[in-house]
Design a protein around this ligand. Structure first.
Ligand code: NAD
Length: 462
């Protein structure tokens, strides 16, 4: 491909708009064909994708399959099965004021979608939005993360084999590529990544008034109440935290443990770390690595002066950081400033639930929140007073694994949502049309106005 510059991107957009303008992407048949072709192409390259995930992040095959490739199959399968229902114009009610008329909502493609992905689930987090974009009848340009070059390459290869460049294409590269892409008037931008870059994306989009979906991150709390099943809590927290070596946007960032159970919870979490990864997690085939030195250095810095309750071993040459628990942490510690995004889990103690609610509510709204409790009142109190993107009661991460639950952030953890039908809706403009009766024509609407007409309007609009 020619060097990426604004002229090249303008040409790509021109080509994609001409495809959109043919109307070809609007038929159900076309969309289903493309989705089937995409699924088949992924199936054909499955081994290479899993291998690339291992090369970039040392992802265990189980995780590479379940959280990336298998997740993708499940998601695209659900959309293929249900698309025929969503694609139809939807008839909605019509108020009496339009007596004799009909009202419809048409879901139409925006046009050309720019999809920018992060490094942590580098396959799934560009391919899953792409499924939504195609299902909604759009063309797309995908920009995978440069931090995971092997995955980026295989995505580029399989998309190149599967689609014509004027329909869906991949642009590889980093920040510079994004800066050029973001100058162009795409019709929608779907960005997954950090809050910092999310702001850059939104500023650039404002220039063309391009709608944005921002799937961002932040510090997701995990509250463990004294009424929780501690064994289950420990198992599910340890799994959710150290999955993908803590590099998961919805990983529990920190634990807020009730003072009555803090020590016991830490002891149980240690047991599960041992049970999952053995005495030497660095030799466990089920434990990955930090993506690069920049992130390793940042994470290593968080261990300085910390009270380490488990783990803490590191190896810079191997990008290794052991599954680590920090105890006696308080809100002013460095580890509580920014999203951790690595295998370090601070545990804070609380005595009163209201303190926890106030503390979480005084910080940026989290992408996820997890609550472990068997007390319905505690559950009701947290759910009705704390704002967060989404989450679980008595589990971590798993709310993602449902096409019925919209997935997205709120406040600084993002805007917009996808998964299942929500993916289709997110990539569709909802065009409202009133199909007015030609038989009934209420003349009181038209000038010259008089008191009688005003009286009639007042009967309708009150
Ligand atoms: P990142 O923001 O550094 O990078 C994301 C993308 O932006 C990459 O493609 C990168 O090339 C590009 N980019 C980086 N700097 C840029 C710049 N200055 N201008 C334009 N583009 C730029 O994110 P990351 O480190 O890859 O991923 C980690 C972050 O993503 C975490 O904060 C995590 O919580 C978040 N995340 C969120 C979700 C979600 O679904 N909400 C999922 C995964 C990750």
């Amino acid at each position: 491909m020619a060097e990426l510059n604004p002229e090249v991107v303008a040409e790509i957009l021109k080509q994609q708009h001409s495809v959109i303008n043919t109307g070809r992407t609007r038929s159900l048949e076309f969309r289903l064909q493309q989705l089937q072709a995409l699924k088949k192409s992924v199936q054909q390259h499955e081994r290479e994708i899993i291998h690339a995930l291992h090369q970039d992040l040392r992802k265990p095959e189980f995780e590479a399959y379940s959280t990336e490739v298998g997740y993708f199959y499940d998601s695209i399968g659900y959309i293929i099965k249900n698309l025929h229902k969503w694609i139809k114009r939807e008839r909605v009610r019509t108020p009496i004021v339009h007596f004799g008329s009909r009202s419809y909502v048409y879901s139409e493609p925006y046009g050309s979608a720019l999809i920018i992905g992060p490094f942590n689930y580098p396959f799934m987090l560009v391919m899953d939005p792409l499924v939504g974009a195609i299902a909604a009848g759009n063309c797309a340009v995908i920009k995978p993360s440069e931090y995971t070059p092997y995955v980026s390459q295989i995505i580029s290869k399989l998309i190149g084999e599967c689609f014509d460049e004027s329909y869906v294409r991949v642009i590889e590269g980093g920040q510079e590529a994004n800066s050029v892409l973001l100058q162009a008037p795409f019709d929608i931008i779907f960005f997954t990544g950090s809050v910092r870059v999310g702001k850059i994306v939104m500023k650039a989009a404002a220039e063309h008034l391009t709608p944005v979906v921002l799937e961002l991150g932040g510090k997701s709390p995990c509250i463990v109440d004294q009424e929780a099943n501690l064994d289950l809590a420990a198992q599910r927290i340890v799994w959710g935290k150290y999955l993908n070596t803590g590099q998961t946007c919805v990983a529990p960032d920190y634990v807020l443990a009730h003072q009555a159970i803090r020590k016991k919870l830490i002891a149980k979490m240690k047991e599960y770390i041992l049970a999952f990864y053995g005495t030497q997690p660095r030799f466990s085939p089920d434990y990955g690595r930090i993506v690069n030195l920049k992130h390793w250095d940042r994470l290593n810095g968080l261990l300085e002066g910390a009270v380490i309750a488990a783990g803490g071993q590191t190896d810079r040459d191997d990008l290794y950081i052991a599954p680590t628990l920090l105890d006696e942490v308080n809100w002013n510690d460095k580890v509580m400033e920014d999203e951790i995004f690595g295998p370090i889990l601070p545990v804070l103690e609380y005595s009163d639930l209201q303190q926890v609610i106030d503390a979480v509510n005084s910080r940026p709204k989290p992408l996820a929140l997890y609550l472990f409790t068997n007390d319905k009142q505690v559950e009701q109190r947290v759910m009705s007073t704390v704002s967060f993107g989404g989450g679980c009661v008595n589990d971590t991460i798993m709310h993602l694994v449902s096409p019925y639950l919209p997935f997205g952030g709120v406040g600084s953890s993002g805007m917009g949502a996808y998964h299942g039908r929500h993916s289709f809706d997110t990539f569709s403009h909802k065009k409202s049309v009133l199909n007015k009766s030609t038989r009934i024509n209420p003349s009181f609407l038209f000038p010259p106005y008089n008191d009688k007409k005003l009286g009639l309007v007042k009967r309708f609009l009150k």
